[in-house]
Write a protein that binds this ligand. Structure first.
Ligand code: ATP
Ligand code: MG
Length: 394
């Protein structure tokens, strides 16, 4: 039975009430086809957690979706027609509409797909039962693979055979840990069969691109508490393959200290705590993230005061340093330090170039300003303009 119309998404579900999304549904159903919301958006609406991006799934072929969108006065862009995706623009927003598919061939990284008119085919090629939930335009939930009981129990379960699903696409190993970190009931622990299948297939992870590994790991580490999932990644050998030299022993402490200071989770702090060799390359971090992480680790294991770090590099790095240093000393951080950081972050160096002229000019002026600024930082931002200007030249 593939239709379960007795469950309806909460009326408060933002994207369901969105007239622009409804217009896309109408365009397709007016042509005599079915169209469903699918995946993360349905899962998250049922869990009552933050929206995920909205994906739609239909039995109409991509060209038909294009034609029906045009007929309804909506722009449609063939963003991935070879795998069945058309982006329909409605109210200035893009909605990805993908034709039902089934896998024809898989090699662990990418799949050759064929279009299908059958929702069960489409559901069977997804990764976890809680990700194979659909909802129609009225919010009625369609559950072809009995994902609802798993979702209610907060159980991340591979669709059919875990080992086979992993061999089809090794990214699913990382997705498993990500969805466990975000949505599983921590009291339930991990499914031993899933972990065994994962542990038996760690070799295949080498075939994944650094980008995909990096993107997955960042999402996993952004979960409220990624520590149990990362520990399971270590135990199954996954962590050692994707991030050799890493060590997750600090992770639970990082999470605990973040709570203590009421800081929002930051995947970068967590990644800095876990460490590893060639992290930039292995995760193909963006230039900005790589720079941030280098500076964070250098600052955390260096001797600069947190206030100096806040002034020079901003409050985010300084707060992350507080967390990492607390882990290093295995002692909870003092919340009062947050106030120091806030002050330092907004501190304004009281000496201006004009104050030093005409005594100093050109490169000498720059040097003197830098020297006075260093003194001011070393004083904990307490040195006044006058005392700095009175400082003898060394
Ligand atoms: P998020 O909230 O992170 O967007 P999501 O479940 O929507 O979560 P996406 O990566 O956006 O995740 O994928 C959308 C849907 O596509 C998933 O819910 C799942 O049904 C399917 N999917 C995505 N990646 C895979 C994969 N590697 N193997 C099988 N199914 C997948
Ligand atoms: Mg999504």
């Amino acid at each position: 039975m593939d239709r379960t119309y007795d469950v309806t998404l909460p009326a408060s579900t933002r994207w369901l009430a969105d007239p622009d999304a409804q217009a896309v549904c109408n365009a397709v159903t007016d042509g005599g086809h079915v169209i469903y919301f699918v995946g993360g958006c349905v899962r998250n609406a049922l869990l009552g957690v933050a929206d995920s991006d909205v994906d739609m799934s239909t039995n109409a072929l991509p060209e038909r979706v294009m034609a029906l969108a045009a007929r309804a006065g909506l722009k449609a862009v063939p963003t991935g027609v070879e795998h069945g995706t058309v982006t329909v623009v409605s109210g200035g927003k893009g909605f990805e509409v993908t034709t039902f598919r089934r896998d024809v061939e898989t090699d662990g990284r990418r799949a050759v797909v064929a279009f299908s008119d059958n929702i069960i085919d489409d559901a069977l090629r997804r990764d976890f039962t809680m990700n194979a939930l659909y909802a129609d335009a009225q919010g009625r939930v369609i559950d072809p693979l009995e994902g609802l009981p798993d979702l209610r129990a907060r159980r991340v379960r591979f669709i059919e055979d875990a080992a086979q699903r992993i061999r089809e696409d090794y990214l699913r190993t990382l997705r498993y840990f990500r969805f466990c970190a975000w949505y599983a009931d921590p009291a339930e622990g991990f499914n031993p069969d899933a972990l065994a299948a994962i542990a038996a297939h760690t070799d295949g992870l080498e075939s994944l691109s650094a980008e995909r590994i990096g993107a997955e790991l960042a999402k996993l580490l952004a979960a409220p508490d990624p520590a149990p999932a990362v520990a399971a990644m270590r135990q199954t050998g996954v962590l050692g393959v994707i991030l050799p030299g890493s060590d997750d022993r600090w992770l639970a402490m990082v999470v605990h200290f973040e709570h203590l200071l009421q800081l929002a989770p930051d995947w970068r702090t967590r990644l800095a705590a876990v460490g590893g060799e060639d992290v930039d390359q292995r995760l193909r971090l963006s230039k900005a993230d790589a720079k941030y992480l280098h500076r964070l680790r250098e600052a955390a294991f260096g001797a600069e005061t947190v206030a100096a770090i806040a002034y020079l590099d901003g409050g985010d790095i300084a707060r992350a340093v507080v967390i990492l240093r607390a882990c290093l000393s295995e002692a909870p951080p003092d919340p009062a330090v947050l106030e120091d950081i806030l002050q330092a972050e907004n501190a304004v160096f009281p000496v201006k170039a004009a104050d030093l002229m005409p005594r100093y000019r050109g490169p000498e002026l720059g040097k003197r300003l830098a020297a006075l600024k260093a003194l001011w930082i070393a004083s904990g931002f307490a040195a006044t303009r006058d005392s700095l200007l009175d400082t003898p030249k060394s």
